[in-house]
Ligand binder design. Sequence first.
Ligand code: ADP
Length: 579
Amino acid sequence: MLVAKSGRQALSIVHEQSVDLILLDVVMPELDGFSVMKQLKSNVNSQNIPVIFITGLESSKDETYGFELGAVDYIHKPFNSSVVLARVSSQLKIIQQRNDLQQLSEELKQASEAKGMFLANMSHEIRTPLTTIIGYAESMLSQNIPKNEWTDAVNIIDNSGKHLLSLVNNILDFSKIEAGELSIELIDVELDSLLQQVHVICEQQAHKKHLNIHWRFNGKIPRRIKTDPTRLKQILINLISNGIKFTEQGSVTIVVSALNEQLHFEIKDTGIGIPNDKLSSLFNSFTQVDNSTSRKYGGTGLGLSISCRLAKELGGQIAVESQVNEGSTFSVFIDLINQAPGETFDQLNSDTNHQASQQTQQVFKGKVLIAEDHPENRQLFSLNLSALGFEVNAVDNGEKAVQACISDDYQLVLLDIQMPVMNGIEAQQLIRSCGLDMPIIALTANVMKDEIDSYLAAGFTDHLAKPLDQEQLLTKLNKYCDNDVSTQQDVAIPQHLLDELRQKFKQSFAQYTIELQTAVKQRDTKTLASLAHKFQGAAKSFGFTEEAKVAELLERYIQDSNNNISQTSQQLINLLNNE
Ligand code: ADP
């Protein structure tokens, strides 16, 4: 508390020090309280300090005048000190609330600016690859690019498409995190093979910039850990890719150690570094070190915030240290609690390539039933599961699936949804009504959340998206099936079998085109929708991405009764004729 013996002294204190509240007498020699108040209000530095008059002037005219000058309260003398105290503390509370509101409004303003900036960046990020895709596609259509250069052009389109996809995935991850819907699946993972996969992906990026990636292992690292492999890979790839992106010369080094029941990865680069005052906001969403970063390096400012949240979900955290122009070190910690001691490793196997490491997997035991009406897809899934060690029975409709379940024991059932005779949902319900409780997984090209929710609500244990992603498949199989961890086998499907299946599928295009044309001619949208749907899953599995996309679009247009149905059908027919 500061005390002034006169109006002048009060003014000089206020100009020198910061004051939260003033109690001001009115009748004073030289400069009275009302004049002091006028001077306070005329100065920007003091005009917002709340003033309470405390005076012997009793007339309502004086009191009104005091409020007119801007007082927040007016106390008469003689005063009761506890009343004064109560009124002062009530004013201080108001001041505190006002300050809190101001800070909140400042934070909201910053968040809204960051979102605005994010939208501008995002639109730029999306437009860049789209412009490339459209530009090349148009040039090809108008024959501006000669046919002998089409492979290069398609590669560019493919790369831009993949870049867009990763952008969309980032946004989806982010919105899942925001909605609290991020799911983590902890399973047994072979860490050395996971790191090998990360290495292969990042090495390609580093190679393009003539940078080296080094891995160092501090002591022995457990080979088998329990974690969510997709998420751990996502974190490491994001941090290593950032290291590569923000480094022009030198290297990115990853140091791995296992300490105090935690796995620790240090990702060190020799790049541009990050200023000290930016370090604390780095993990916020949509934040980049400065706006020129996005112009120069691209990106959305979402990667670190997603990685940080994922690390938390895996029981750990991410920290950062950096020196401008010297480089940055990001540290990721992941919990290793409750891991049984076992084999260890201290280096990556440099001979093992990505494919091979992925294809040597544990062997599963038991019988699996698959119901899928598309013949080549059915064969592909069967091959895939047989290669993993299962005994597989594959049928082409729901009714046969129910019959198979009644007459034999299955450890797992995979059901396509749209099938002739009996669809997957009915089949699943009939199987359950027979008292059978094995896990039943919906196999579907529909990956929208509400569709998946509806399958789960209908009684399915889980779902798997078509085309089958090997990693997702293994995650689910590990969850629902017994495996023999002591045995390893090569689970790769022989290439000639894959080629044969793909060829067979391609041969079906002629017949499929006729069916499509007939349905279009007869304006039979129901058949058209089912043809489009049936085709998609297999087309994706065999790498006919463009055709799959158009079929997917066609199905959506039919659902929405959109005007483009016949045009899109024709587009699909053209694509198929060109294959
Ligand atoms: P993005 O890279 O998509 O912008 P991130 O969330 O991954 O988003 O990174 C946010 C920002 O943090 C980057 O834009 C960059 O300014 C800074 N940053 C991240 N990693 C590094 C690094 N290794 N070196 C320098 N700056 C970095």
